[in-house]
Design a protein around this ligand. Structure first.
Ligand code: ZN
Length: 163
């Protein structure tokens, strides 16, 4: 097990559509263990493979009582609406209010390749959607109006001392 380096905006891999996970072997289990180590070390509640530089449809999460590994994740149903603060380990956790559905149903494969569906609402549903977005090359920034997006990027760059 090891802590991996977290990929940060605007590295290309964060904007690429991930490749499907096809091998459900020991190597995948080790990768997931590293992803959990990296996520907990960074005090995050979810981490997707592109965030450690891998162009792969895979995430781990431990959020609001839901701990799971999701390979080839899809959001298959949503309901309602919620607006609250969201941040991302790849954008320095700079927060912004994002509007998303209140409930979401995740369909994915576990580390053994078995398909499952899981329902969540509120914070955990937000996590399902945020991490699935990563697997599709999207960031929470992509859900923001331009002005708010620019503000988050500006604050992030400032924190990184790019300006
Ligand atoms: Zn993120």
């Amino acid at each position: 097990m090891a802590i991996r380096k977290i990929t940060e905006y605007p590295e290309n891999v964060l904007a690429e559509v991930g490749k499907p996970v096809t091998e459900f072997d020991e190597e995948l289990a080790e990768l997931c263990a590293d992803m959990y180590d990296t996520m907990y070390d960074a005090e995050g509640v979810g981490l997707a493979a592109p965030q450690i530089g891998l162009n792969l449809r895979l995430f781990v999460m431990d959020c609001d009582g839901i701990k799971l590994i999701a390979a080839n994740p899809e959001i298959v149903a949503t309901e309602g609406e919620q607006s609250s603060q969201e941040g991302c380990l790849s954008v320095g956790k700079v927060p912004a209010v994002v509007t998303r559905p209140q409930k979401a149903r995740l369909r994915a494969q576990n580390e053994k390749g078995e398909w499952f569906e899981r329902d969540a609402e509120g914070y955990a549903a937000r996590c399902f959607m945020h991490e699935t977005d990563h697997c599709n090359g999207m960031l929470f920034l992509d859900h923001l109006p331009k002005m708010r997006r620019d503000m988050v990027v500006k604050r992030f760059k400032k924190e990184k001392r790019w300006v």
